[in-house]
Design a protein around this ligand. Sequence first.
Ligand code: GLU
Length: 477
Amino acid sequence: MIRTRFAPSPTGYMHVGGMRTALFAWLLARQAGGQFILRIEDTDKAREVRGAKEHLIKSLKALGLNYDEGPDNNGPYGPYVQSQRLNIYKTWAQKLIEQGRAYADPYSEKDVQLFREQAKSQKKPFLYRDNRPAKTSTWDGSQPLRFKSDPKNYNFSDAVMGEISTGPEVIDDFVLIKSDGFPTYNFAHIIDDFEMKITHILRGQEFLASIPNYLNLYEALAINPPIIATLPPVLGPDGKKKLSKRDGAKDVLDYIKLGYLEEALISFMATLGWNDGSTKEIFSRNELIDSFSLDRIGRSGAKFDDKRLNWLNGHVIRSMTLEELFVKSKDFWPEEAKSYSPDYLKQVLGLLQERLKYLAEIKNVSRLFLVDLPINPQLISEHKQLSKLSSQELIAILKQAKQSLKDSDFTVDDLNNHLNKLLDEINQKPIILFSLIRIATTQAPFSPGLSDSLSVIGKEKSLERIDAQINYLQKNN
Ligand code: GLU
C-alpha cells in the first residue's frame, strides 16, 4: 500500500515548487490506489504565518489534490498537525535518552562560538560531536535535546537522484527537541512518517545533504526508512537561481484568481522536471495519473517560464467548448455584463476565446462589447498611418464606411463583402480603412477580427459609434 504525504510548513505562500511536490506525491498515491496525506509542519513558531494553514488547504483543493487524511480530515494516525503531537515526539525522545543516544545540550551560543574558533584554529571542520559534554545532566526540557550520532559511511539510493555515497564526516549530532519544547523538522518528520506509515517521501533538494544524518537517526530508532525521492529545484527563468517571487512566480491561489485553469496549472507543474518520454506538455488529470513515474523526473533544475504557462493556459482555453468556457468565466466579467443576456455574452466570449491567455483578461477586453468607451484620440494620433491623415480625410473615410455598412445585414460574411467592396471603391490602404473603422467602433487598441467584432456589436451600435467618432473629429478639428 503506497502512502505519500505533503508536509508543508505554514509560512504563508504556496509557491509553484511546493505545489509541484504536492502534485507528484498525490499522483504517486493515486496511481497506486494508495493514500495521500496532508501534514502541517508547524514546529518553527517564529516562521509561522497566521492563516497559512487554511491557505495551503485552499490551494490543494483548488487544484483538486484531495487528501485522504489531514488536519481537517482526521484519519487513523492523527493528529496531522505537528504542534498537536508533542507528546509523541517526547515519548520517542525518551527512548533515545534511555539508549544513551540523546543528551541534554548544556552549551550556550557563546560556548559553541568558542568551539567553532577552536576547530578553525586547528584547521578542522566544526562538529558538535567533537565537543560532546563529558557528563550530561538529565534532560528537563529547558535545554535542547541533541542526538548522539554514530558516524559512518553510507551508500543509499534516492529514487530521483540515484546512488549516493557519503563518509562519516557528514554525520553530526543534531538537535531533536529545541528548548521551546518543539521538535526540529529533522526529528519530527522521521517520527511522523513512521507513525503515519508513509512509504515514499517526496521533497525538495534542501534536505538532500541531511539524508545521511537522517539514516543515522533511523538506525538508532530501529525504523526502516521510507523510499526517498529528492525533487530537483524549480529555477527562475534564467535557469540559475532558485525561483522567487521576483521572477513573476505567483502564489498558486493568485493564478487561480487570475483565471488560470486547473488543467493548465497541473500540466505546467507536472512538466517542471518531469516528462512522459515524449514532448507532450498538456495532460488531463487522468493522463497524469496513468503516466507519472518517479524515474522520469530529471535530476537537474527545471526552469520556470511564465510564457509557457500562458501558452498552456491559452491552449486549454481554446480546447474548451464555448459552453464550458462560459461556465468557467462566470466570475470574470465586469459589472456591466449583468445587463446582457447569456447568449450575447457567449457571442462575445466566442470572439475572445481565440486570444485569451487567462480569464481575468475578460474584464477588460470584453468592455468594448458592453459599454460605449469614451473616444480615445491617442488611438489615432499614435497610429503610424492614421496619424498622417487630416481630420477631414478621416471624417470622409468614416462617412463612406457608414454609408456602406448601412446596407449590410451585419452577418460576418456580409460585413466582409461590404468592407472589401468599400476598400475597392475608396482607394485607401486596408490598414487605414480597417484600423479607422476598428478604432471608431471599439475605442480599444486591440480587438478581435473586425467583421467578427462588428457583427457582435451590432448594426445600430456600430453606426452610432462611427457617428460619435465623426462628431469628435469635427469638434476637435
Ligand atoms: N516542512 C518541510 C517544508 O515545508 C517539508 C519537508 C518534507 O516534505 O519533508 O519545507
